[in-house]
Design a protein. Structure first.
Lengths: 182, 175
């Protein structure tokens, strides 16, 4: 059984001669201030193209997978959460937690950078990350209070419409049912 | 103002009175030369160039993209300090024996909190007189606490793995 621990030591390698910063997986990263990132994400959300944020999430997901000795689907939720929250924190994206609301898995991302008002940037990032971790196309839809409900990408737009119409998280969960159980 | 300048100015006024459309005269030239040479004429009275019509006004340049440096006047520093030598920058980075690494503390893993979508009565200690009739516990009772057995199975079985949790949430569809 995987112990769920994540070793953050030596995660970043600073090469001052070359002027680069890389993760231990070899991915080159660039430090950005929150204000600069916020402006970029705001513009991307306005244009309706958050693909770069989703791609960044996929890269974080790859970092998570590289620390797992087995596929995430066979690990306990606590073990996956331990690695995912550690990688999220190391990249400065806040504190990540899992919540179960009935049958729904909800991702809470506290203390995240303040990006766009609708939290679509964080939603794209989480969607990319958990798609990579689970090896399936998933969507994380904002439901307010820094919480994102994880659903199949086919129903994501419907759920987003409910939230925009004023439904809160309990109401959204109440409007969903598991097709597997029925 | 000198007498010669006064005479030239009155002569210019006379000429202008006779031919208002004629603005350039020898007297005007002479007056201009005198003004330039001596600086005695008040330049502030007559602006050197008339204001541009609105169509000729320069287009404002966005502040983010300045095309030319904005002229600024810098006053001399009040202090008497002077730099003895400029700050020199070197492209040679400081010598580092080993790569820097970020070593935060190992983050604590938050337990998964399960909140039921349908409100249900919270499990309470079993009374000594009779057993509860129907209780649906939504969470595992902590060790050491009295375990309450449910007569009905819980509505949502606790997923054993992350894959189970994923399957459950991805199976959700609108009612």
């Amino acid at each position: 059984m995987h112990d769920g621990r994540f070793d953050p030591s030596g995660f970043y390698e600073f090469n001052l001669t070359g002027g680069t910063v890389r993760t231990r997986a070899g991915e080159r990263v660039v430090m950005l201030s929150e204000g600069v990132l916020s402006a970029l994400v705001e513009a991307a959300a306005r244009d309706g193209d958050l693909t770069p944020l989703r791609r960044l999430g996929e890269l974080l997901g790859e970092q998570v997978l590289s620390g797992l000795d087995r596929p995430a689907s066979v690990l306990s939720a606590e073990a996956v959460l331990g690695h995912t929250s550690a990688v999220t924190a190391l990249f400065g994206w806040g504190r990540l937690a899992f919540e179960r609301w009935g049958p729904a898995l909800v991702i809470a991302l506290r203390d995240k950078p303040e990006l766009d008002e609708d939290e679509l940037g964080a939603a794209a990032l989480l969607g990319g990350m958990f798609s990579e971790i689970s090896q399936r196309q998933v969507s994380c839809v904002p439901t307010g209070d820094s919480k994102f409900i994880m659903v199949d990408f086919e129903v994501a737009e419907t759920v987003w419409g409910w939230y925009k119409d004023g439904a809160d998280l309990p109401a959204i969960v109440g409007m969903l049912e598991s097709k597997r159980a029925s | 103002m000198s007498n010669r300048e006064d005479r030239l100015r009155s002569l210019l006024d006379k000429v202008r009175a006779k031919r208002p459309e004629e603005r350039t005269t020898h007297a005007a030239d002479a007056l201009e030369r005198m003004r330039t040479a001596s600086g005695t004429t008040a330049a502030a009275v007559a602006p050197s160039s008339p204001p541009l019509p609105p169509a000729a006004q320069p287009t404002p340049v966005p502040s983010a993209f300045p095309t030319q440096a904005v002229p600024q006047s810098f006053s001399e520093p009040q202090t008497s300090q002077r730099l003895e030598s400029p700050t020199r920058y070197s492209s040679q980075p400081p010598r580092v024996e080993r790569p820097l690494s970020v070593e935060p503390r190992t983050p604590s893993v938050r337990p998964i909190s399960a909140t039921p979508s349908v409100p249900s009565p919270s499990p309470s200690p079993a009374p000594t007189t009779r057993r509860p009739e129907s209780i649906r516990p939504q969470s595992v009772a902590p060790t050491g606490q009295p375990v309450v057995y449910a007569t009905d199975p819980p509505e949502f079985p606790r997923p054993k793995t992350f894959g189970d949790l994923l399957e459950l949430t991805l199976s959700l569809r609108p009612r």
